[in-house]
Structures are given as C-alpha cells and as structure tokens.
Design a binder for this molecule. Structure first.
Ligand SMILES: [Zn+2]
Length: 262
C-alpha cells in the first residue's frame, strides 16, 4: 500500500514538475493527424510548431517546458514539413502554415483541399485561443532567409515596419513580432527582431499574418537549424516579456539578453 501511494505521489509530482504529454488527433475525411501536446501548469502561453521537419524548434520548446509553464501543440507528421492528405483517393500535401487565410473565406468546393485546410486551421485556432499569447517556433537554413532578408530582399518590403539587429547575434536567429511593444521589448534586450507590418503584409495564410491582422498577441521565434541553445534562450526570453505585460506566471524561468558567446 505504501509503495502504491509513493507511485501515485511520484506520478503527481512528475506531472507537476515536467508537464503532461498526450496526443490528440484532427480527424478530417479519411485522415487522422496526430497533435502532440505538452501541458505544464499554465495554459496562458501557447507554443506551436507547424513544421515537423523543424526539429530544433521542437527540441527547444520541449526543453523549456521541463521547468517553465505553458502548453505546446505539435503537428506530428513524422519529421515531414507538410501534412499528407488522402481525399477520396486523391493525395496531396498541405503546408500547415498556409491555411489560416481560409478561416473567413467561403468554402471553395472546386478545391477539395479547401475544406480540409479550413478544418485543420479551425482546430488549431480553437486550441490556441485559450492562451493570452501564442508563440510559434520555426527553423531556417544558414545564409538563406534571415533577418537581413527584410532589408535586402525587395519581396519583403511590405512585410515589416522596423528591424533591429544586434551585430553580435547570428542573422538567422530572430523574432518576428506583431506589435510595437513586443518589438521595443526584444530590441531593448538586444535580440534580433522584426516588427511585422500587419496592414501591408500579403496574406500568405501563415499563422503570424492571421494573428497580426486580427490584432492578437503573437511572436514567432526563427532560428537556424541546429541553433538549439539560441532557440532555447529566445524561448525563455519570451517569459520575461510575458511577465512584464501580462498577469505574471509564477515558477517560470526568465531570460534576458542573448548569449552571444560562441
Ligand atoms: Zn516553419
């Protein structure tokens, strides 16, 4: 009996300390899409990874939630970027970060993928709506898309209002934020940060554009593949922002200043 009680206590403390992991599913037509969820204490901060090939971001948030509060949603597509869909014998791939502009548009019955994309978007947005702040984690490749792209690539000229770069930081590691309070916070903490132009940016169906256009708090953490420590630090730094501008959460780590020692 005593050992049973100890086991119950152990399970209870592990849940309280390290969070609970479970898997939910999105069921649409003949498809079952697994959503891995880690919940640790509070649900006020919601984290999401949309691309399952971006494993550095996934490892970073798993690490942070061991000792920080929050809820994390992971579309589990077996390390693939896209979600494979089977619709009445036809097969296609959906990029889960190109679906959120379909939430308000009327269903296009000509396009079989349309209703399926709407279904996935609706599921994810409903889950995330319980949080005060949503944070997406992404990874990019060295020397391609970076914070410099905003200043140097004409295709990005309508996408942003301001850019702040710390020359000590890798240009591939940066935040994309959706309001000027967030921008000023991370700039002051000497992180690379881009302020999205929520009005002028072309709606590509991404989650950051959806949140920006709906004026809801959203932060994207972009890091180069393999920059695990940087992405962990940048994720922890979001708690500092959260505790400054929202009802503070107890028992969470705070991180300020990027570690530029390499
Ligand atoms: Zn991504």
């Amino acid at each position: 009996m005593k050992s049973f009680l100890q086991l119950v206590l152990l399970v209870f403390y592990s849940y309280a300390l390290f969070g609970q992991t479970r898997t939910d599913t999105i069921v649409v037509k003949q498809n079952t899409i697994p959503i891995d969820i880690i919940q640790h204490q509070s649900t006020s901060l919601a984290f999401i990874t949309l691309h399952h090939d971006e494993q550095t971001g996934i490892a970073a948030i798993q690490n942070v939630l061991k000792d920080s509060a929050g809820i994390y949603y992971c579309i589990n597509t077996n390390s693939k970027r896209t979600v494979p869909i089977n619709s009445d014998g036809k097969r296609f791939e959906i990029d889960p970060n190109r679906i959120f502009n379909l939430m308000t548009s009327p269903t296009n019955y000509e396009d079989e993928s349309h209703a399926i994309k709407q279904h996935i978007a609706k599921y994810l947005l409903e889950k995330l709506s319980a949080a005060d702040l949503t944070i997406a984690l992404h990874n990019n490749h060295d020397g391609r898309y970076s914070i410099k792209s905003y200043q140097q690539d004409a295709r990005f000229k309508n996408n942003y209002l301001s850019v702040s770069i710390n020359p000590m930081m890798d240009v591939d590691d940066f935040y994309i934020v959706t309001d000027s309070t967030q921008f000023n916070y991370f700039k002051k903490q000497h992180f690379n940060v881009v302020l999205q132009n929520n009005e002028a940016i072309q709606d590509d169906g991404s989650l950051s554009v959806f949140y920006g256009k709906n004026h809801r708090p959203f932060i994207s953490i972009e890091c180069q593949f393999g920059h695990l420590q940087q992405q962990i630090q940048m994720t922890k730094a979001v708690y500092g922002y959260y505790n400054t501008y929202f009802e503070p959460i107890e028992n969470i780590l705070q991180q300020t200043e990027p570690d530029t020692s390499k």
